[in-house]
Write a protein that binds this ligand. Sequence first.
Ligand SMILES: [Zn+2]
Length: 83
Amino acid sequence: MPLFDYHCQACGHDFETLVRTGTMPACPQCQSTALEKCLSRISPAGKIEGIRMAHRRVAAAQGHFDHYSPSDKAKLLQGKKNI
Ligand SMILES: [Zn+2]
């Protein structure tokens, strides 16, 4: 389901909600359906990029051994120390 940003024309409340095709969301604050669909202020691509960068930071901090089991990781890290 796509996530959309809405601006309520009745009370001015801004919110984002998941919308099924063919259904009209209502304002969570005043239940009005007089809503203006907004283009996301933060683009989904930006959000995904942010998540990707966060994962990269974690991977870098862990030495890119994310796909190894903890015991293999320990062995690899041990081997690294011996070099
Ligand atoms: Zn409203």
